[in-house]
Design a protein around this ligand. Structure first.
Ligand SMILES: [Zn+2]
Ligand SMILES: [Zn+2]
Length: 423
């Protein structure tokens, strides 16, 4: 073997595809129920879109982006997430002048240079939704409800929700000042990364995975004690809607999310279907982002969910109804002449929506029947020279082994009937 996929990049193989299709189908059918239309942005943008939108000091921008110079000497970046691109598109096409509220969803690959591990690839896939143009707390609740609904429709039963508010930039400033004041004397107990974050991005210390850092933070000040009355009201109203919708949540004052653009509501949705809590979706409000890109102040809220981890979970749970990837009918032929007629018959079946296959490997009849069996054909048809002369074809039920002969004229309707009665 000479060529391998680059480190951290994986092929999604045909055998996994039914799960991917199930997720994609669910996204495409659930989003419109909530009024979201699909938007597709390019997989690369000018680097400044993410530097500005996601934040220079975030891990994503400072460590994890695939950035390169194109042949025109521009700095380009493969998108590490989609919200910044969506906001760029919103402003570029002046949607603020066309619709009062833009509700969009997306689905596609993102790229981050991270250390590869199970369920994490350097090319990963996300689905997500963005609603731009309203600060109404009911929209925050809708986002949360949409993201949990989607997971439940896929068969997850233990879907949980953690919730926090990180307030407006003023609240956060007040809080960060207090946090730094609290952390400064404890500096030596923080990990190297967090010591640096103390100067650049102290909020990120809250979700550091190092145990020593978690211990320090545990007794520190909490953001929810620093919310102004407007942010507190907003948070209370979101919680009120969630109660109304019967959605349980755990409050987590340490939940800040990794990206700079969030304001007010932040949330994560997880599944404990396999015991441990797997975060599958993250989101929140980002009221300042449109303005940061040079637009008028425009409130917005969104979420994104990772597909890799979801697919792993669904595969382990085996709860998705998998439409067998197999065959409806395999048509065995015995020589060049029957193959020619066979090709025509197979084409006719396919045109009628039936999954049909024929021999491409010059196999014997026995070999062809074995192939049909391996690929799960429900029916095998055999067209030999004698049948062809008589204008007939033999049908073999692969489960019972029963054989019957039908005329070529009735072939297609007979196949359709048999498949209908089996499904
Ligand atoms: Zn506030
Ligand atoms: Zn740390």
């Amino acid at each position: 073997m000479k060529y391998y996929a680059p480190k951290g990049l994986y092929d999604i193989k045909p055998e996994d595809m039914p799960y991917w299709h199930a997720v994609e189908r669910e996204v495409r059918s659930t989003m419109p129920l909530y009024g979201y239309e699909e938007i597709r942005t390019p997989i690369m943008e000018k680097t400044e879109v993410f530097a500005r939108g996601v934040g220079e000091e975030t891990d994503v921008v400072s460590k994890e982006m695939y950035t390169f110079e194109d042949k025109g000497g521009r700095s380009m970046t493969l998108r590490p997430e989609n919200t910044a691109s969506v906001v760029r598109a919103y402003l570029e096409h002046k949607f603020y002048g066309k619709e009062e509220l833009s509700k969009w969803y997306y689905l596609g690959p993102m790229f981050r240079y991270e250390s590869p591990q199970k369920g994490r690839s350097r090319q990963f896939h996300q689905y997500g939704a963005e609603a731009i143009g309203s600060s109404d707390p009911s929209l925050d609740a809708e986002m949360i409800s949409l993201s949990t609904d989607l997971l439940r429709s896929l068969g997850l039963e233990e879907v949980g929700l953690t919730l926090n508010s990180i307030g407006c930039p003023e609240d956060r400033n007040n809080y960060v000042n207090q946090l730094v004041e609290y952390l400064e004397p404890e500096k030596d107990r923080l990990c190297n990364d967090c010591r640096a974050r103390l100067d650049t991005n102290p909020l990120r210390i809250l979700d550091c995975k190092e145990e020593s850092c978690q211990k320090v933070v545990e007794n520190g000040p909490e953001i929810t004690d620093y919310l102004c009355s407007e942010c507190q009201d907003h948070f209370d109203t979101v919680k009120g809607y969630l109660n109304q919708l019967g959605l349980d949540y755990q409050l987590d004052p340490k939940l800040v999310r990794g990206l700079d653009y969030y304001t007010k509501t932040v949330f994560e949705v997880f599944s404990s279907d396999l015991g441990a809590q797997d975060a599958l979706v993250g989101g929140g409000r980002y009221d300042g982002l449109v303005e940061l890109f040079g637009g008028d102040p425009t409130p917005a809220v969104g979420f994104a969910g990772g597909i890799e981890r979801l697919v792993l979970l669904l595969e382990e749970l085996e709860r998705v109804e998998m439409k067998k990837n197999g065959l409806d009918i395999y048509l065995a032929t015995l020589d060049e002449e029957t193959k020619q007629t066979g090709m025509e018959l197979v084409q006719e079946l396919r045109n009628g929506g039936i999954r049909a296959e024929i021999d491409y490997l010059d196999k014997s009849l026995q070999g062809q029947l074995g192939y049909a069996d391996r690929y799960g054909a429900e029916i095998t048809a055999i067209l030999g020279p004698r049948e062809l002369t008589e204008g007939e074809i033999t049908l073999r039920d692969m489960e019972t082994g029963d054989q019957t002969t039908v005329s070529l004229d009735e072939f297609r309707s007979e196949i359709t009937n048999r498949l209908d009665s089996e499904s």
